[in-house]
Design a protein around this ligand. Structure first.
Ligand SMILES: Cc1cc2nc3c(=O)[nH]c(=O)nc-3n(C[C@H](O)[C@H](O)[C@H](O)COP(=O)(O)OP(=O)(O)OC[C@H]3O[C@@H](n4cnc5c(N)ncnc54)[C@H](O)[C@@H]3O)c2cc1C
Length: 506
């Protein structure tokens, strides 16, 4: 197929990429339809529209086709057809990603793993579940519940997001402070390489010799292979869980209370923070019982045996009051505990009700910097004239500033994007990173140039080239080319010469 380098025109994919003629597109679709069953290939515009974006809906592109394979053989055949023609492939789980990771490549094919939705095996004795990548996160815990078990990482999107997407983004959630991210709860992954080989990374044993490719695949954003099976660890449900809600009249004081709590050696099951905008929005939406006049609240969940929890509830209550909380409430029963969490879990859609649009950022900072960074975000919000609601995993220092804007107002989206970029750069400045759990995708690709030096980016490209020498898997995402960094102004270009000129340009 014609794979001629094209002058870059697309602002989302500025690096030169191959063009596809109408004839080549028709040939591709014909080959896919001949090899796969009819309901596996979508190519009419109205069928492609639902796949034009993920949760970052500000960015939309239509792929050449969407493939929804029924099984491994079909996925393998689709990969072969695309590979032979030099057509890029973007994997898609449930499309809830917030960084544009599953945004289609305009001259590429989108592969949805939605039909890989079976729990293959659930072994309560080994406490392991072997599942296909399209299985929803929450469905694993639901299937494990009759055995008194659950799958710990719980993104707020867990009702919809897929375990394949969780691995590809190394997703976190409310309970990751104590129980770890996806990478800490997955023991093995089966993956199709771009050549169609099935490889198994990790094992049920405690350790595997060789390079830790299982860790590498976590957070790889569909750029190294197509995940086709995941074996997750299941944990016993704690005997008891209790939530405390602490109110503060200053978000910075709440931020400092988080650092004080962890500094005392207490690791709560979850430790979340919401500021006043988020509290009001959530309260209005789900009536969680939050104090709407508080400048910030902390939700602190303690879990373990009955005796452990009783002791810690008392200790944490005293600690929070000592750290400046104006009020501390303990959920009186399970229904109230669930209500407190319902407010937190619904906070994003709740903010969606108070603003025509919002832009969700995701940066991580050292906990001790929480107070300072929240102050910095408030200053940036004033400077840009855009409200920012904060709702986040405080215990992990994983911020989610939600920038409120109106996309119908000319220039507001650009202003929101710029403010978001400034917040991420503030995170890097205080020793943090530009993502905690939502990945880089297309959204934060420029900030990768701020976080990493050319030598580090070069190593990332070398890893990519080892798995995908043609650069066909999800191009334009997660790892910027040095050329792109130079254009972003975050790289030293000497006499027009980029560092590492021999680098492959994906
Ligand atoms: C309301 C809301 C709340 C959220 N809360 C959280 C949260 O608390 N914590 C958190 O971490 N995230 C959160 N997210 C983000 C999102 O849900 C996660 O990133 C999730 O893991 C994405 O899963 P998905 O199945 O939707 O993946 P998609 O969005 O479809 O894809 C995400 C990335 O994974 C790749 N991918 C998907 N499937 C495969 C596969 N089988 N093989 C290879 N690559 C694949 C895609 O190419 C893409 O790069 C939230 C999103 C929303 C909308």
């Amino acid at each position: 197929m014609s794979a001629q380098p094209q002058t870059p025109k697309d602002p989302l994919y500025p690096d030169p990429h191959p063009t596809v003629s109408p004839q080549a597109k028709a040939d591709l679709i014909k080959a896919l339809e001949q090899a796969l069953q009819a309901d596996t290939v979508l190519h009419e515009e109205e069928d492609l529209r639902p796949y034009e974006c993920d949760g970052l809906s500000a960015y939309r592109r239509l792929p050449l086709a969407v493939i929804i394979p029924h099984d491994l053989d079909q996925a393998r055949q689709a990969l072969a057809i695309c590979r032979e023609r030099g057509i890029p492939i973007t994997a898609r789980g449930a499309g809830t990603g917030l960084s544009g990771g599953a945004l289609p490549f305009p001259n590429g094919v989108l592969m949805s793993l939605a039909r890989f939705n079976e729990i293959i095996d659930l072994d309560p004795v080994k406490r392991l579940a072997r599942v296909q990548p399209g299985v929803r996160n929450l469905a694993i815990s639901e299937a494990a519940a009759p055995h008194g078990l659950y799958y710990a990482p719980d993104p707020s999107s867990q009702i919809a997001c897929s375990i394949g997407g969780n691995v590809a983004e190394n997703s976190g959630g409310v309970h990751c402070l104590k129980y770890g991210l996806t990478v800490h709860n997955v023991v093995a992954v089966k993956m199709l390489t771009i050549e169609g080989d099935l490889v198994t990374l990790g094992s049920e044993a405690l350790d595997s010799p060789g390079y830790d490719l299982l860790a590498l695949i976590h957070g790889s954003e569909g750029m190294l292979g197509i995940i086709v099976e995941v074996t997750v660890r299941l944990l016993p449900r704690p005997e008891r869980a209790q939530v405390l809600m602490a109110a503060f009249d200053n978000p910075q004081v709440a931020g400092e209370a988080v650092a004080a709590l962890i500094g005392q050696g207490i690791i709560p099951g979850g430790l979340e923070m919401m500021d006043n905008d988020a509290i009001r929005a959530a309260e209005d939406f789900v009536h969680a019982g939050y104090p709407v006049d508080a400048a910030a609240i902390l939700l602190c969940e303690l879990d373990g045996t009955d005796a452990e929890v009783s002791e810690q509830v008392h200790e944490v209550r005293e600690l929070l009051l000592g750290a400046g909380a104006t009020e501390v409430r303990t959920a009186t029963d399970e229904a109230e505990r669930m209500r407190f969490w319902a407010g937190r879990k619904a906070a994003f859609p709740a903010v969606g009700r108070i603003s025509p649009d919002y832009y969700c950022m995701d940066g991580t900072i050292p906990r001790r910097q929480l107070g300072k960074v929240l102050g910095g975000i408030a200053d940036l919000s004033k400077a840009y004239g855009l409200r920012v609601a904060n709702v986040f995993h405080a215990g992990d220092g994983n911020l989610h500033p939600l920038i409120l804007f109106d996309a119908n107002q000319p220039g507001e989206l650009e202003k929101a994007e710029e403010l978001g970029g400034q917040i991420l750069e503030l995170c890097v400045e205080v020793g943090g990173t530009i993502t905690g759990e939502h990945g880089v995708g297309i959204e934060k690709i420029n900030q990768m140039c701020v976080q990493f030096q050319p030598a580090e980016l070069t190593q990332f490209h070398a890893v990519k080239a080892a798995f995908d020498p043609q650069g066909l898997l999800n191009p334009g995402k997660a790892v910027p080319t040095l050329h792109r960094c130079a254009e972003f102004g975050a790289m030293h270009v000497h006499r027009g010469q980029l560092p590492f000129p021999d680098l492959p340009r994906f």
